[in-house]
Design a protein around this ligand. Structure first.
Ligand code: UDP
Ligand code: MG
Length: 342
């Protein structure tokens, strides 16, 4: 391991959830890519996101054999975005490559991404050209989602990108200084700005195993993205309220008129239509409000973003701290810094 005054050139950070089938092959390819791109000046941070299979046992074994591999085990499943955040917080390289552990994103691109960063980029993000092995349903919903997000959000989030990206330490620290719990990393990184350049690549099929993203997790991520980057749905809700209020006034006038005219008894269908339409609009509006308020409540509790159970660095156990305060003045992760102090 290099000493404290020569920081590692790059940290490769991968969140892993039930990835026992691919983790070893991933580590092999990521290590080879690190060696090719940064000689020996790199580390591979594998974050086990509370897996229920043998993923942690494998990560632990890898990190004991190889001092360049850092193993981090979270207390429980925190989800992709928080596991990635934990990995970034535990890393110490001058640059950070965020990559999925399932080998859908080729680690071999690291050399080219490093070269692009040498030419001045702050972030090099992977943009998917061809996507193999994704269902028709997933491709359509993802295309629709990006279009919706671009329309709603005030920040320009490039389409067809995942979390596969190389960023400078500065961008990573800015990212860690953002305290939000509901993290949509690719949006947050776009929001930081600076020089962000794409690298187009072919997204492979998963090397093995199945997707760890259920549709409900994807929906949650989509809602996090929208509520995290736009207040527009609230405005749409208000407008829907205004429009339906006008319709309601017209209906009211019509009701009085019918009463006066003496044919008020009929009209069951119009009543039903009015009730259905108004209840639907109200429920949708409440739902939208709920999405924001719920996040506000979670955020106001100020709980740690993630909890680390165990950590192996340089082939040895290091004690992780219990809580991670993100945002300004956060505790630095001693698992990262203290171990580099003499
Ligand atoms: N992942 C995670 N925690 C989760 C779900 C996923 O750390 O709760 C990791 C997973 O191990 C993988 C990456 O996030 O490395 C992307 O997940 P996946 O490949 O299942 O998503 P997809 O590519 O199908 O969108
Ligand atoms: Mg995948």
């Amino acid at each position: 391991m290099s000493s404290i005054d020569t920081p590692l050139k790059v940290s490769i950070v991968a969140p892993c959830y039930n990835e026992e089938e691919v983790i070893e092959e991933f580590a092999r390819r990521a290590m080879a890519a690190g060696r090719a791109a940064a000689a020996d000046s790199f580390e591979l941070v594998l974050v086990d996101d509370g897996s229920r299979d043998t993923t942690w046992a494998k990560i632990e074994a890898l990190s004991r054999e190889n001092p360049q591999i850092v193993g981090v085990r979270l207390m429980r499943n925190h989800g992709h975005e928080l596991a990635s955040t934990a990995g970034i917080a535990s890393s110490c390289g001058a640059r950070i490559l965020l990559i999925d552990a399932d080998l859908q994103d080729p680690p071999e691109l690291l050399s080219e991404m490093m070269a692009m960063m040498d030419r001045g980029a702050d972030v090099v993000y992977g943009q998917r050209g061809i996507r193999k092995g994704e269902s028709w349903m997933k491709l359509t919903t993802s295309a629709l989602f990006y279009r919706l997000l671009r329309w709603l959000a005030s920040v320009d989030i490039p389409s067809d990108t995942g979390d596969f990206r190389l960023m400078t330490r500065r961008v990573a620290e800015l990212l860690l200084s953002m305290p939000e719990r509901d993290r949509f990393l690719r949006g947050m990184i776009s929001w930081i700005g600076g020089r962000q350049v794409p690298i187009v690549y072919e997204r492979d099929e998963r090397h093995a195993g199945t997707t760890k993203y259920s549709y409900s997790k994807l929906l949650r991520l989509a809602l996090d993205a929208i509520t995290g980057f736009s207040a527009r749905p609230l405005r749409i809700a208000s407008w829907a309220g205004v429009v339906t209020a006008f319709i309601a006034m017209a209906l009211l006038a019509y009701t009085f008129y019918s009463f006066e005219a003496g044919w008020a008894v009929t009209g069951w269908s119009s009543t039903m239509v009015a009730i259905t339409v108004f209840s639907a609009v109200q429920l949708i509006t409440l739902g939208i409000l709920g999405e924001y308020v719920g996040r506000l409540v979670q955020q106001s509790k100020g709980r740690p973003l993630f909890m680390v159970d165990r950590m192996v660095r340089g082939g040895e156990d290091v004690s992780p701290i219990d809580s991670y305060d993100m945002g300004p003045g956060r505790h630095l992760n001693p698992g990262r810094r203290d171990n580099f102090l003499p």
